[in-house]
Design a protein around this ligand. Structure first.
Ligand code: AMP
Ligand code: ZN
Length: 466
């Protein structure tokens, strides 16, 4: 067993091991909090959650830092339009992001840190770059001279040897393959928020915050740095140029990038107007677990084509998993344990682990689970599955759910409508008549899970919400 990841830096799948004992020091680029996150963003954050959980399942401890970008061009524009300070404006969307994370069951990184809490450390880093000859000034702003950093392009594997020296950009996003000197410190413009610092009044460019916060909390060389593929260039390339120019050491050992979520062939993006937020999907009646399942189900290095059919299929898959668990917990099996089933369980766990070890192949991990469920359901129907096989099966589900986390229902108790309850009770009565007591018990347990208590009386079944 070895855990392997595709490393964007080397363009190879490599065996993973942290630098220091069993603690993984990981940095992931967090949201820019000028609006609600769309499910494309959340795909990337879900991948990072799966990564966290699998590292832990493999015995590692985590020290994971995620930044919140709470000062940049769009934030400044939109907060001014809303007549709010950048703090008041970004607080709204930071809160919304934390809520979305909780709804999607994304674990909180050990540290979530804000750019605006690190302005002076960023200034100090820029001063160091200045001392080492990587910067120049123009109109009060400070730029990074990429021609002075020989490794520029090593992450995105672009050849920038023909770059136009001195061409530069102030904006945080620019065209692929058109490398330019990027801004480290932006001189304050009229009416814009800014900080008084030895570099002059102004604010940091976007890239410097990640170099500074990553190294402050995790040290000069990180184990893992992750984000969406759109961050490879220029953002992560620039983070490397900044950090390595300061320390002379490799900035991150493994670079993991998740592919985009797309809609009809196009990247889901606010600028394209083709996006859904998590809230949009919940309003349409989809459960958060279905969204989580869908986002996790496609291996992170493959594009994920978002469709409502896909979302419905995710909900159906979760139902199958839950019904299976309910059957394990409520059905009556013959005594003893079937050795063949025990072997089947061990094989399923092995296949599941192997799939996730191999660069987090979530699709194969899910396939391992569903094949196991199909086989053992058949064994239950034929009586080969015994009571002694239940603990192994439940253990596998636990292992599954420690990563996918979809078995528990978010729906609050009593969320079934009266007519849904009546329909299920009708089905239970019919099952009992047909002497299918397993199904009848299953329905009773299902209703209990929704906080519905049944009472069999001589006049029929009465029920109430607990
Ligand atoms: P932002 O809030 O724009 O800084 O983006 C937050 C994260 O979402 C970054 O890691 C991006 O790479 C990622 N991201 C943006 N759009 C998509 C998309 N359509 N699919 C997957 N990830 C995305
Ligand atoms: Zn970043």
């Amino acid at each position: 067993m070895a855990l392997r990841f595709y490393n964007t830096l080397t363009q190879q799948v490599e065996v993973f091991a942290p630098l220091h004992e069993n603690v993984v020091r990981m940095y992931t680029c967090g949201p820019t909090v000028y609006n609600f996150a769309h499910i494309g963003n959340l795909r990337t954050f879900t991948f990072e959650d799966i990564l966290r959980r699998w590292l832990r399942a493999r015995g590692y401890r985590l020290d994971h830092v995620m930044n919140i970008t709470d000062v940049e061009d769009r934030i400044i524009k939109l907060s001014a339009a809303a007549h709010k300070s950048i703090y008041d404006y970004t607080a709204i969307y930071t809160e919304a992001f934390l809520e979305d994370m909780a709804t999607l069951r994304l674990e909180r990184p050990e540290r979530m840190v804000k750019a605006t809490d690190h302005i002076h450390e960023m200034v100090a880093a820029i001063e160091k770059l200045d001392e080492r000859g990587y910067t120049y000034r123009s109109d009060g702003s400070v730029y990074y001279r990429i021609a002075n950093f020989p490794g520029y392009g090593k992450l995105s594997h672009n050849d920038f040897s023909g770059i136009r020296a001195g061409a530069r950009v102030d904006v945080d996003e620019y065209d692929k393959a058109d490398a330019r000197d990027f801004v480290l410190w932006k001189a304050q413009k009229d009416g814009e928020p800014g900080w008084e610092t030895p570099l002059g009044a102004g604010r940091p460019g976007w890239h410097i915050e990640c170099s500074v916060m990553a190294m402050k909390y995790l040290g000069e060389t990180l184990d893992i740095h992750a984000g969406g593929v759109d961050l490879i260039f220029p953002h992560h390339e620039n983070e490397i140029a900044q950090s390595e120019a300061i320390t002379g050491k490799p900035f991150a050992r493994y670079w993991l990038h998740s592919e985009h979520l797309i809609v009809e062939g196009q990247k889901m993006a606010k600028s394209l107007g083709n996006f859904f937020t998590l809230r949009d999907l919940l309003e349409k009646g989809y459960a958060p677990e279905a969204v989580r399942y869908l986002l996790a189900s496609v291996p992170y290095r493959k594009k994920l084509n978002f469709t409502f059919d896909g979302l419905k299929a995710a909900a159906t898959a979760i139902d199958r998993l839950r019904n299976y668990k309910l059957r394990l917990e409520t059905a009556k099996f013959a005594e003893g344990a079937n050795e063949k089933i025990e072997q089947r369980t061990a094989a399923a766990i092995g296949a599941f682990d192997e799939a996730l070890d191999e660069d987090l192949n979530t699709a194969e991990a899910l396939a391992a689970a569903f094949e196991y469920i199909r086989d053992t359901n058949t064994a239950m129907d034929s009586g080969e599955f015994r009571a002694g096989n239940v603990p192994g099966a439940l253990e596998f589900l636990d292992r599954f759910d420690a990563v996918f986390d979809v078995l528990r229902s978010t729906a609050s108790a009593g969320s079934l409508s009266d007519s849904e309850v009546d329909a299920l009770i009708g089905e239970r009565t019919a099952a009992k008549k047909a002497r299918n007591f397993a199904r009848a018990d299953e329905i009773r347990a299902n209703l209990a899970g929704h906080g519905i208590v049944l009472e069999d009386t001589k006049d029929g079944v009465r029920w109430k919400r607990s």
